[in-house]
Design a binder for this molecule. Sequence first.
Ligand SMILES: NC(=O)c1ccc[n+]([C@@H]2O[C@H](COP(=O)([O-])OP(=O)(O)OC[C@H]3O[C@@H](n4cnc5c(N)ncnc54)[C@H](OP(=O)(O)O)[C@@H]3O)[C@@H](O)[C@H]2O)c1
Length: 331
Amino acid sequence: MYIAKEERYEKMIYNRCGKSGLKLPAFSLGMWHNFGSVNNLENMKKILFTAFDNGITHFDLANNYGPVYGSAESSMGRILKSDLMPYRDEMIISTKAGYDMWKGPYGDGGSRKYLTASLDQSLQRLGLDYVDIFYHHRPDPETPVEETMYALDQIVRSGKALYVGISNYKKEQAKEAYRILKELRTPFIIHQPSYSILNRWIEEDGLKDFLYENGLGCIAFSPLQQGILTGKYLNGIPADSRIGGKKSPYLHEDALKPELLEKVKELNQIAENRGQSLTQMALSWILKDGKVTSVLIGASRPEQILENIRALDNLVFSEEELRRIDEIARG
Ligand SMILES: NC(=O)c1ccc[n+]([C@@H]2O[C@H](COP(=O)([O-])OP(=O)(O)OC[C@H]3O[C@@H](n4cnc5c(N)ncnc54)[C@H](OP(=O)(O)O)[C@@H]3O)[C@@H](O)[C@H]2O)c1
């Protein structure tokens, strides 16, 4: 039986999620990879316990994380039941619906039918009565945004989620969702976009500033570009990596273009000069201006979490470092 470390809250930083009452850890753990039915339960436990022992209180899921779809939630459900349930009130568990989940017209998109049924299924797999945050996973151009937002509102009022969020919405789409949810007085507190040194769309689109200026939280996913920004692919493809033996359908060898690897090499040099690993620099860079609430990392081993959270030891960048990082990222 797992017993959480006494000192688990000593080092982590907790940031307020927008203007809400909820605080999130500077690092949250995502369960997109490594928690499916194809993965090893003991390793999952080690990853989750290492995270929790080090102050990571937020665990991010979605209905279709696996493989197979649904199995990451089932894994979390098993581990909650065997070990983590005594800590439920110290944890923030989120899930989402919006991508394809089951066959037919009601298992994808943004309809009230899909979102409501999907959350019921998620709760069953997780063995929970409620999740802390429920997200619409991506905008659905075929469903009126009012319908999707009313569904999120109803979900909170039914007690099945405490807060709601949206993910992958561009600024203009987020603005509209925010307008509706504000009118409904729904506890909409967070947006989940992709963001990294090499992926700046939320800066260019204005989404990052929009969220900050309107008191909404922001949790950045794939901050290491799925591992590319660790530098692990600089000398070939490691056998136990996402591109290597794990053969992820979401990241292929052809992503490793020579120009990209050159950028990673140059960024690595800056990190070395700062006395950080490239991984740590990439993570601390996201937290540098206080506009991102939490960095949503993935990990295939507990050691990766321990390395990654040490990014908190150095969150300060000089003007010159920032200028150089921007220059390299732009190419
Ligand atoms: N809302 C959305 O649409 C959406 C989309 C994608 C992700 N997400 C969320 O964001 C979470 C994180 O995404 P992500 O997994 O792409 O994040 P990431 O942090 O960019 O990549 C994580 C992967 O990088 C490698 N890695 C991490 N730390 C490392 C270290 N110290 N040394 C060497 N390798 C290291 C590991 O892969 P290997 O060891 O296997 O190579 C790990 O699984 C997901 O779990 C999910 O919750 C949301």
